[in-house]
Design a protein around this ligand. Structure first.
Ligand SMILES: *Cc1c(COP(=O)(O)O)cnc(C)c1O
Length: 495
């Protein structure tokens, strides 16, 4: 299986999976996609039923990553989703009522769904570098608004041949997210705060990536830059697995019989998670609708309803911050699969020139057979947290609550009789203050105490990776300006 750039109109950029993983972004600015989507049948799904999660992952990943043997992929999956770090089910499916389940993707080491990709990505990257004969150390640079930074640190810590450096906006992440990062263990990790917001951190990182002098200087010291964000195919592929796992789980529970369509509702930011669901559907998994759930930053809702993607709008800071995003990079991959590279090139040029693009009615119709868009504003989100808790004794984080609200609206609008699976992307304790406030209408204590009071109120245990966070020793306290980021990188290179 070869990979091609979404912006390649000539078909001459085919690369191997190892190369796509090492490179991240294609040289023409496009994203790597498989040259075709492999299809599966009933026997394939049935054969997954009695396999462990890592075995399922190896079997699905081997359809895409043929630079790696099945044994290698199984080794990586076993190491990534290991018992003790993840629970035995890895991605537990909680049933809320007989037509509604929640797929909990936050039982990994950092209590957010990004662990599913970032636990296995270091294994894939290390092996890719080896297969490509790369001897330099990969320096992973990350700008984060919270969840990616911690998940990447945890995934790459103490991995040989790799160093990781995370920049976060000093006042732009939650208290829990900050504590998670500044107490990070590992001999190859570094964390630095930026005076500025997420965009400043992101722009600073992009500047470092595009500076050839920095690249040369790093090369002379035996390093090259690499990225861990969700445009990398190596991050997308592992996310396909849990759609299959959820379908298998529903089959095992006799909640469905094979062939019954299952709808999935996905709290969406960069469109990576839901795109993995689309790929699962195109492979042949019986998926009905993919409900794209947004918060007040509802650019995707508008796009899916009207065909107009317009980022010229107000940016809202919400209680579901991991979805506060106006440019959903992975949407480019959907346009590629639905319309081809020519349309991608036109849309992306228009987006760069004017901040918006419009797809034609026929394309919108094609996309609408697989997707629909809904959004929840702040009041909808907090009301849903308290309603779901009062009605079902289910504790949802704000991102998951956005999904629950949107899935309910979708079912009411369409009378869909399919089983609905809402993807739960973060532990409620990761956003304890907002959850506590939604349930009690009272302001919780500052910092870590919010987790304790939420646990006392609900009788639910604080997620293991977050427990005792306030007692861990702080390792990283540096704050620099965006202009000092490159300097900081070199100063702490050999730490
Ligand atoms: C990253 C993230 C999302 C958004 O996922 P995308 O793949 O970017 O669409 C949603 N919820 C949480 C908690 C996240 O960390």
């Amino acid at each position: 299986m070869k990979f091609i750039s979404t912006r390649d109109t000539k078909g001459d950029t085919l690369v191997s999976s190892a190369f796509a993983i090492k490179q991240g972004l294609a040289p023409d600015g496009g994203l790597y996609v498989p040259e075709y989507i492999p299809t599966i049948d009933k026997d394939f799904v049935t054969s997954l039923l009695n396999l462990s999660y890592p075995e399922k992952a190896a079997k699905i990943l081997s359809l895409y990553l043929d630079d790696f043997t099945s044994e290698e992929l199984l080794d990586y999956a076993n190491a990534a989703y290991t018992n003790g770090v993840f629970p035995p089910e890895v991605a537990p499916l909680a049933s809320v009522d007989n037509k509604l389940s929640v797929l909990e993707l936050w039982h990994g080491p950092t209590a957010a769904f990004k662990d599913f990709a970032l636990c296995i990505m270091p294994h894939l990257l290390t092996a890719s570098l080896k297969k490509l004969g790369e001897t330099r150390t990969a320096m992973i640079l990350v700008a984060t608004s919270g969840d990616t930074g911690k998940a990447a640190l945890e995934g790459y810590k103490d991995v040989k041949g790799i160093k990781i450096k995370v920049f976060y906006p000093v006042d732009g992440v939650s208290k829990v997210q900050k504590l998670q990062m500044i107490t990070q263990s590992g001999s190859n990790v570094d964390v630095c705060a930026i005076k500025g917001n997420f965009d400043d951190a992101q722009t600073g990182v992009k500047k470092i990536f595009s500076n050839s002098q920095i690249a040369e200087k790093l090369n002379a010291k035996g390093y090259f830059l690499s990225s861990a964000n969700s445009i990398n195919w190596g991050r997308l592929a592992p996310q396909i697995v849990y759609y299959f796992a959820a379908y298998c789980e529903l089959l095992s529970k006799n909640a469905i019989t094979y062939g019954d369509k299952v709808d999935f509702c996905v709290p969406t930011g960069n469109f990576g998670n839901i795109l993995a669901g689309y790929i699962a559907k195109k492979m042949g998994l019986p998926v009905g609708k993919l409900v794209c759930a947004s918060n007040s930053n509802n650019i995707l809702t508008d796009f899916l309803n009207t065909g107009v993607y317009d980022r010229n709008r107000q940016f809202h800071t919400t209680i579901s911050p991991s979805m506060d995003i106006l440019i959903s990079s992975n949407l480019e991959r959907l346009i590629y699969f639905a319309a081809g590279s020519g349309t991608v090139v036109n849309c992306m040029k228009s987006l760069a020139d004017s901040g918006s693009y419009t797809i034609d009615k026929d394309l919108l119709k094609i996309i609408s057979t697989d997707f629909c868009g809904y959004y929840a504003n702040e009041a909808n989100t907090t009301d849903t947290i308290s309603y779901i808790y009062d009605t079902y004794n289910y504790l949802a984080d704000p991102h998951t609550a956005v999904g629950l609200y949107c899935s309910n609206n979708y079912v009411n609008d369409t009378n869909s009789a399919n089983h609905m699976v809402v993807l739960s992307t973060a532990s409620p304790f990761k956003f304890a203050a907002s959850v506590y406030k939604s349930l009690t209408k009272c302001i919780p204590p500052e910092g870590y105490e919010a987790l304790t009071v939420l646990s006392e109120l609900t009788g639910k245990p604080i997620s293991t990776p977050l427990a005792g966070l306030d007692k861990r020793s702080v390792r990283f306290t540096r704050v620099c300006t965006p202009d000092e980021m490159a300097e900081d990188l070199f100063e702490h290179l050999e730490d």
